[in-house]
Design a protein. Structure first.
Length: 450
């Protein structure tokens, strides 16, 4: 494995500047496309564009797809449509080609497609562009080996050789009928053990696991994980084989979705990287910070309404951070469990009320233990039975409310088709903080008035 250090980078820059094409090609041939993409991140845009002609077309296309989406966009904006089509799109699998086309500005997409030499590939790309990006149809590629159930074994082998010439990897051989409907899989070892069989349909594996083109990426990932597949066929509404999804494409999409969920839970509204400029990072963070500020102001106004009680019992203020922080933490824990269950489908609709009941029991235990610990601490250190009682009772109530709130809000968002990940993070924290303060102040006021 080659060490990618500054010395290597400097050497590459010198060779590119001197137009030493043979030496540059030799250096790049030794590297994996992912390593080259890592190198390109250290170069200026002009240097990156100058380096691309030194790569063969297949590697150049692979390197482009290994780059971050933002880096890829910057490069594509500097290239003419005919170069994008001939050097990149023509050398990518259809699923990657579709991803690349979708990243282009709409005004040049058609122009790029018009420059594709392979009319069949252009047609496949246009068909795939019609699918929603978050569905199996939007993720699949059309590169796969397909044989007819009525073919003989010799013909099947001949057809497989022809189809495999255009493919980098062969995972499965799919068997279809005369109407292109998926019937089964042809295990590769059957080609060896049954060389003289009359028809493929006699040795194929029937009823293969498949997904529909309208299925979500999450459903595809669950199917692949459940059945330990490296690829899964995609069928349309009448069972015709329309594409194939490989595990690497699914994992990339799942990783991106997890990153989006994490950003949402952290209060970041856009897709940002550490390399993005100050304005972009500010725009991604500011919305939730402003909402948090509004929540803080609302909290101040709420506490201002109980100013008289705070003046008479100043020790009450000591426990405001405890009430707010505990409620926020409990709410995030509860919502995270529900969001995870909804994401991996382990939380079924029929089990929702069982989950709510279970969460109620868990919150009862947690609330009881936490409030007892705080009661014991305040009893021996504070010397004020009224505040000791009000803090413990308030904390018990807040934990119960926060737990149920954190459970029910993601379920409600899921019911109205809103991403439940939005329920975690700042939203839960701010809401629980406000309601927690209201509970604390109300209970304390009632106890002190008795």
């Amino acid at each position: 494995m080659i060490e990618l250090n500054q010395e290597y980078l400097s050497r590459l820059r010198e060779l590119v500047a001197a137009h030493e094409s043979d030496k540059v090609c030799t250096l790049l041939e030794e590297l994996h496309p992912a390593d080259i993409a890592e190198l390109l991140q250290e170069l200026d845009l002009e240097e990156v564009i100058a380096l691309y002609p030194f790569m063969d077309e297949d590697k150049a296309a692979d390197v482009l797809m290994e780059l971050d989406e933002e880096d890829r966009r910057r490069i594509l904006k500097e290239l003419p449509p005919e170069l994008i089509a001939g050097r990149f799109i023509d050398n990518l699998d259809t699923d990657d080609a579709v991803d690349l086309i979708q990243e282009l500005d709409e005004d040049i997409r058609d122009e790029v497609l018009s420059h594709l030499e392979d009319v069949e590939q252009a047609g496949d790309i246009v068909d795939l562009l019609k699918y929603d990006r978050d569905t199996a149809g939007g993720l699949m590629g059309t590169e796969m080996i397909v044989v007819n159930a009525n073919w003989s074994m010799p013909r099947c082998i001949d057809e497989m050789r022809i189809q495999a010439e255009e493919m980098e990897e062969v995972y499965y051989v799919y068997v279809v009928d005369d109407d292109e409907r998926l019937l089964g899989l042809l295990p590769l070892h059957h080609l060896i053990t049954h060389p003289s069989v009359s028809k493929i349909k006699h040795v194929m594996k029937k009823d293969p696991v498949a997904v529909h083109d309208s299925d979500s990426i999450e459903e595809v990932a669950q199917i692949i994980e459940k059945y330990d597949l490296v690829a899964v066929p995609v069928i349309d509404s009448i069972g015709r084989l329309v594409g194939c999804i490989t595990i690497d494409d699914v994992m990339d999409e799942v990783r991106e979705q997890h990153e989006r969920d994490y950003r949402q839970a952290s209060g970041i509204s856009q897709d940002v990287e550490t390399s993005d400029n100050v304005l972009l990072q500010t725009a991604a963070r500011l919305p939730w910070l402003l909402i948090g500020m509004i929540g803080g102001i609302s909290n101040s106004v709420l506490l201002g309404g109980f100013e008289a009680n705070l003046a008479l019992h100043p020790k009450m203020a000591f426990f405001i951070p405890l009430i707010g922080g505990t409620g926020g933490n409990v709410g995030i824990q509860s919502s995270a469990i529900v969001v995870q269950g909804l994401a991996n489908k382990s939380l079924k609709p029929k089990n929702i009320w069982a989950q709510v009941f279970k969460e109620t029991l868990v919150s009862l235990i947690n609330a009881g233990i936490i409030s007892l610990v705080v009661f014991a601490y305040n009893y021996f250190t504070l010397g004020d039975p009224d505040i000791t009682t009000s803090v413990s009772l308030s904390l018990f109530t807040v934990v119960m409310f926060a737990s149920l709130f954190g459970t029910l809000v993601p379920l409600a968002l899921e019911r109205v088709k809103i991403d439940p990940a939005l329920a975690t993070g700042p939203f839960i924290t701010i809401t629980n903080d406000l309601i927690g303060m209201m509970i604390y102040m109300t209970i304390t006021t009632i106890l002190f008035s008795l």
